[in-house]
Structures are given as C-alpha cells and as structure tokens.
Design a binder for this molecule. Structure first.
Ligand code: PLP
Length: 470
C-alpha cells in the first residue's frame, strides 16, 4: 500500500485533511486500482484456496487482502479498496488501529492465555465491569465471555433454559443467530444454512418479524407490529406453546443477515411487556448491531427496552475473536461447571476490546451516527431515482438497500443485488449482500465524509449502469 494510503492519520476521521475531489488516486482515503481484478497474485491464491479450503465459504468476489489501515484494504497486487464491509461488520475502529495494535502487542508480550474458566486475571474483570456499565438497564449485571457470536447465543439459550427451567424458545423468520447446532436452530435466514444437518434443537418456534417494508406476511407493512404481536398471542401461545413453557424470545433488534431491517421500537417494547408478564427471558442478539454500530451502544437503546440477556460479538474487539453474553445479575444463577470455554475472554482479545471501547466511546459512536445520517440523507431520493431501489433503511452505519424488480409487487431482485456487489468491487468498493436482495453498508465506524461520498457515488453509478441493461 503506498504511504499515502496507509498513513495512520487515516484513523482521524479525515477532519485534519483538506477535502479532495472524488476519485482522485492520490487521496489517502479512496481506492486506487493498479491491475485488472483479480490481479496475478490474487488469482494464484484464489485458485489454491479453492483447492484446499472448505467449500462451504461464500465469497462474492476475489479480494485477497494483504493489509489494512482505517477503512482501506490493500490486496496482494497493490490495489487499494474502500472497505464498506469491515470484515462482516467487525473492525469497528478500522483495520489495525494503532491504539488497538499497541494494546494487543503489549498484552501479548505479558500474558497471551490463562483461561478464565479456571484462573483469574485483571483485564477479564475490567472488561466485564465496562460491559456491565454500558449494557442496557440500570440493575446489576453479570458477564460471560465466548469467542464468537454463535457461542454467545448458545450461552444465552442455555442460560435462559437453566434459569427458567423451561425449554421452548421463540425466534423469528429472517433471523441469523449463528451456525452451531443450538444457534442454527434459531436461525431462519436461508435454507442452505440448515440443509443437510438433520433435526435441530427441539422446542424452537419461529414467528414473523415485523418487516416495515414488506409487512409480517409480505403484506401490510403499516400493521406489521400489530400483526406480529397478534401472531404471537393467537397462534404461538394458543396453538404451539403455552407462554409458561417458553424460556426465551430471541430477537435481533435490527435483522443483520436478514437484510438490515430494524424492528419498530413499539414492537420491541410490546415484546418486553409480554416477556415480563410471562416470565420469559427477552434475549437481544446484538452480535452485529451492538458496540456502537448504530450510533448508540446498542440498537435496542433506540427503543429503550432492557433485555434480560444481551449478546454481542463482532465489533467488540476490532477483529480479535471475542463475544460476550451479559445478563441481569439474578438471571445468571447457573452453578460452577454449568458452562465455560477454554479460550473465551482471552487476555489479548480483552486488551483489544478495552482499547476498542475507549475509541468507540470517545469518537467513533458519534461518528457512526453522523456518517449514517449523512449517507441516509444523500441516498434518500434513490427510491424515486432508481426503479430497482425499493427501500433504504438503517441506523448509524448499519444501512440496508433493498432491490426489487417491481416497486408495486416488491418482487425481489437477487441477481441485480449480486451483480451490484461485484460491480462495486470492480470499482474498488467492498460491500456485502444481506438477505435475499439487499446490500449492507457496514463500514468501520471511523469513515469520513469523503469516503461516504465515494461509496454513495460508486453505488449510484453501479445501479444506474445496471438499470440501463435491465
Ligand atoms: N448473531 C448475529 C446477529 C449475527 O449477525 C451473527 C453473524 O453474522 C451471529 C449471531 C453469529 O456470529 P459468529 O459468526 O461470530 O458466530
């Protein structure tokens, strides 16, 4: 990566840098392609990868990353890209933030591993205290550490069953909660994720999510909240599971993999009431939406609900593998030996997380809110301007754009979405799909206006070009 593209000032929101014209190759903040894609080195690695790696991985384009700084990624041929995928919404403070790198290096030189399962160490407590203080709700909390989002969800499922001594769990169509057998039982995003794995966990019931664009059953978005609540009361509770047998309702306050679709605040509030009435654990899966991505610590802060259990991972440690399951203190009543993990809460990951949280708190959550508002304002007219853009929604830097073949019928346009992901890559912009037919914008939370504008203009151009050939 040329020095101009890897300067540590990339981390400073660009405030100190003069605005540069869009697309200029000499900008520190914008992509610069020097080969056809994939370049020769990238092609070699992609070919080898296809021979040796698990074929279950899903790669949309041949990006072979060599190093990253801020929101920029350099590939093995010297091409630089603007990263609006952030390693699936993970590198919240950007790639290799100097403060995060320093914290990792310092901790690695002191103590790499001990296992919180059997031993004590100071930063385990420090991070738990910090997470407990930012988790929604005023009361005392307890924290369990894992290594991935799916482990946090497994822990939440087990804790909810243990605490309530009930076995049914309610989750939502379109949800993604992970891929281990318990979390996969809750996941109802794509059949391919479940296909071939046989019977999953008994006692899991799925219900419609209040989709504000499509409605709860593909109709009536304006009554989605009421329709979903009626489904829960009249169908689930009356036909499938008495509420007294339900251990937990697990929900993403913004469905991630399901299309970056926020649940209405009123729905979450009503869900909380129902849970409290029946002694059901309300579990928020904020693995993707948490840690400041939405411009507040948690997406559920927008509805002011206080879940019994909250799960977080992805953005928590800027790319180091860590997750946390945080509950009201009285809920975490399981006994020694009931649940644990050898690696969960590794000291190096925790050091990265403490540095990450400090950066989020002092700078990047506010930037996420500001840049999110900027992007939403700049793209507000796209549904009028582009015949294929059905909906744009999101909070902070968790923004979804949904593509349709027909605005009236809302017929989904997955091929167009797939084409756009690839077309953006060819112009140096990394994005990912979400759901059947949406694009997700999930950059590191430090992007500046120049980068946001580049992403908007690039996508705008890709959509315009694609619509010409429709
Ligand atoms: N929950 C949500 C909302 C997610 O988006 C994901 C991953 O995308 C998971 C859980 C699983 O996390 P992981 O892939 O770290 O196991």
């Amino acid at each position: 990566m040329p020095a101009t593209n890897i300067d540590t000032k990339t981390h400073e929101n660009g405030k100190k840098h003069a605005e540069k014209p869009m697309g200029k190759a000499d900008s520190k903040f914008l992509p610069h392609l020097v080969t056809k894609l994939p370049g020769p080195n990238a092609k070699k690695i992609v070919d080898l990868d296809h021979e040796i790696l698990s074929p279950s991985y899903t790669r949309d384009y041949p990006l072979v990353a060599k190093r990253g700084r801020g929101a920029m990624i350099e590939d093995v041929d010297g091409n630089t890209f603007l990263d609006f995928a952030a390693g699936i919404a993970v590198v919240s403070t950007g790639h290799c933030h100097p403060k995060v790198v320093a914290a990792i290096q310092q901790q690695a030189a002191e103590l790499i591993h001990m296992s919180g399962t059997d031993f004590y160490y100071p930063n385990l407590v420090e991070l738990a205290e910090k997470l407990a203080s930012i988790a929604p709700g005023k009361g005392a909390k307890r924290v369990y550490f894992g290594n991935s989002g799916t482990e946090a969800i497994e822990a939440a499922m087990k804790l909810a069953r243990y605490h309530t001594r009930r076995d049914k769990i309610i989750a939502f169509y379109g949800s993604f909660h992970g891929r281990t057998m318990g979390a996969l039982s809750l996941t109802a995003s794509k059949a391919v994720q479940r296909k071939g794995f046989g019977a999953l966990l008994a006692g899991v019931i799925h219900m419609p999510y209040p989709n504000m664009y499509r409605g709860s059953h593909g109709i009536h978005p304006e009554t989605a909240t009421a329709d979903c609540l009626a489904f829960l009361e009249n169908e689930v509770f009356k036909r499938l599971a008495d509420p007294e047998e339900v251990a937990a309702i697990v929900i993403e306050p913004i469905q991630g993999e399901g299309g970056y679709m926020p649940a209405p605040a009123e729905f979450l509030q009503q869900l909380q009431k129902i849970c409290r009435k029946h002694g059901i654990m309300l579990v928020m899966d904020e693995v993707q939406s948490g840690m400041g991505r939405t411009g507040k610590w948690w997406a559920c802060n927008y509805s002011e609900v206080e879940p019994d259990i909250i799960c977080t991972a992805k953005g928590i440690a800027s790319g180091m593998p860590l997750s946390a399951m945080i509950s009201r203190a009285e809920v975490m009543d399981w006994k020694p030996g009931a649940h644990a993990s050898t690696f969960g809460g590794n000291p190096v990951c925790i050091a990265a997380s403490l540095a990450t949280i400090d950066l989020l708190e002092h700078e990047y959550i506010a930037n996420s809110r500001k840049m999110g508002e900027f992007i939403v304002a700049q793209t507000a007219k796209w549904p009028e301007k582009h015949r294929s853009v059905g909906d744009i929604r999101g909070r902070g830097l968790m923004i979804g754009i949904e593509f349709v073949k027909d605005k009236k019928t809302k017929e989904k346009a997955p091929e167009l979405r797939n084409h756009l992901v690839k077309a953006a890559f060819d112009k140096g912009l990394l994005v990912l799909g979400a759901g059947d037919n949406s694009l997700r914008l999930a950059p590191p939370l430090l992007i500046n206006e120049e980068q946001a504008s580049f992403a908007i203009e690039t996508l705008d151009a890709c959509i315009t070009e694609a619509e010409r050939s429709l």
